[in-house]
Design a protein around this ligand. Structure first.
Ligand code: LLP
Length: 418
């Protein structure tokens, strides 16, 4: 799963940093990310696009911590945002608004204005109603909003139903059958400038076939739209490439794009500007979450290993029954016992791993792997638990990129009735 995580003399390291030392210095739960792992994941896409006109827009919803955005901004990436707040983060991290694309089914007028003011590259419009509103907002500012329409290719990404987005029953995108008519409407609206086409079929996709099918469907539309006299300057093919959580074998980014580019070339679209919106595949395997074992609680049916990280820190198991590997930070000798690894939150859904063989004692540290994507970004304060601290490792250096949230931080927005 995570090539930048390695064991030396029974101790777990991320790049050149011993994880036990970080946990002792900064406390737990603690998220630790490898900069080299992020850049190496990015490099796979960059290799795939060698000699092409392509922009990688990191889907920052996966991990929007400022220093993580900074890594991608410095590497020349654009960003795929889904809110006005994410645009503020891009700018705070030194990102370039002119490389930002704005996705999402529910953009508000205020968010549209903010993005137009900042001069973003493109709005990925998800409905006919949104087209009308965006045109109106842009016109009122004396501007034309650059748009692509997110089309729904109706292919099955064969992933978890909560993270599959390209099927007809989803709230996302415009149906394939409505796409041409929607483009014609867009082309007639005074506040809009059609620039591209967009699609995103789901997340944690581990096969090439859904992508290849979706590309065919999108290119069919490009052909039909251009035949109707509307130029499509860029093709945005979304994100969604999976990572290895538990023996998953998604195609490598460069191999996937070799196949997709062959298709684009064969159909005569190989020189179009390309955009992609990868999230998880850039950051997921770059992160680990360190947690301390609080109590071991043997039971008749189950043994519980109660740790200090919980569903508020790591919501993916509770939300999607997602699997994350859990390994000791410093291996100990002793017999492994089967545990459910659970957090302190008062919900049965608060588990991090089920039926795991672990040789542990209370006070030991565990690392939950592949937690760079959709963990801190989806974390909450449930049970008045402060958000975890975050560290970015770069070689043998460790930078604190988010201090641990205090209860005072949590209460700062609240007031008593006077
Ligand atoms: N573009 C759009 C329009 C999206 O909706 C998403 C993710 C992405 C790009 C990035 O997809 P990725 O490359 O990360 O698969 N919380 C879930 C995943 C939700 C994905 C939402 N959309 C999880 O933890 O598995």
């Amino acid at each position: 799963g995570a090539p930048f995580v390695a064991t030396q003399n029974n101790d777990l390291y991320l790049e050149g940093v011993k994880l036990a030392d970080l946990a002792h210095a900064h406390g737990t739960p603690l998220f630790v990310y490898s900069k080299a792992a992020m850049l190496s994941a990015l490099a796979a896409y960059q290799r795939g696009f060698t000699g092409r006109n392509a922009r990688i827009c990191y889907a920052m919803k996966a991990n929007s911590s400022l220093a993580v955005l900074q890594v991608f901004a410095q590497a020349g990436c654009g960003f795929d945002i889904v809110s006005g707040g994410e645009l503020d983060r891009v700018i705070a991290a030194g990102g370039d608004a002119s490389k930002v694309i704005f996705s999402g089914v529910g953009k508000t007028r205020a968010e549209m204005r903010k993005a137009l003011d900042a001069g973003i590259a493109c709005f990925n419009v998800e409905s006919e109603a949104e087209l009308e509103v965006l045109s109106d907002v842009a016109q009122s500012m004396g501007k034309r909003a650059p748009i692509s329409i997110r089309v729904n290719p109706n292919v099955d990404a064969k992933t978890h139903p909560y993270i599959s987005t390209g099927l007809k029953g989803n709230k996302f995108g415009v149906a394939h059958e409505r796409a041409l008519a929607t483009y014609q409407r867009a082309a007639s609206l005074p506040g809009l400038q059609v620039t591209g086409i967009d699609c995103h079929i789901g997340s944690q996709i581990t096969e090439s076939t859904p992508y290849l099918d979706a590309m065919d469907r999108v290119l069919d539309l490009v052909q039909a739209i251009e035949a109707a006299g509307i130029a499509i300057h860029h093709i945005d093919f979304g994100g969604g490439l999976g990572i290895n959580y538990n023996g998953d074998t998604p195609p490598a980014a460069d191999e996937l794009w070799t196949q997709l580019l062959a298709k684009l070339d064969a159909r005569g679209y190989g020189q179009r500007q390309l955009m992609i919106e990868p999230g998880r595949s850039l950051v997921g395997n770059a992160g680990v979450c360190l947690t301390e074992v609080l109590y071991l609680k043997p039971g008749e049916q189950k043994n519980f290993c109660i740790v200090d990280a919980a569903m508020n820190d790591l919501p993916r198991p509770a939300m999607y029954e997602a699997f994350h590997q859990i390994v000791p930070v410093s291996a100990r000798v002793g017999e492994a016992v089967m545990y459910d690894v659970v957090g302190p939150v008062c919900e049965s859904g608060d588990w991090l791993g089920r039926d795991r063989q672990l040789a542990v004692q209370s006070g030991d540290l565990l690392a939950v792997l592949s937690t760079g994507a959709y963990c801190v970004a989806m974390s909450s304060n449930y049970n008045t638990r402060g958000r975890a601290a975050e560290i970015l490792v770069d070689g043998d250096k460790a930078h604190v990129i988010r201090r641990r949230e205090t209860v005072a931080d949590q209460m700062a927005c609240e007031s008593l009735v006077r």
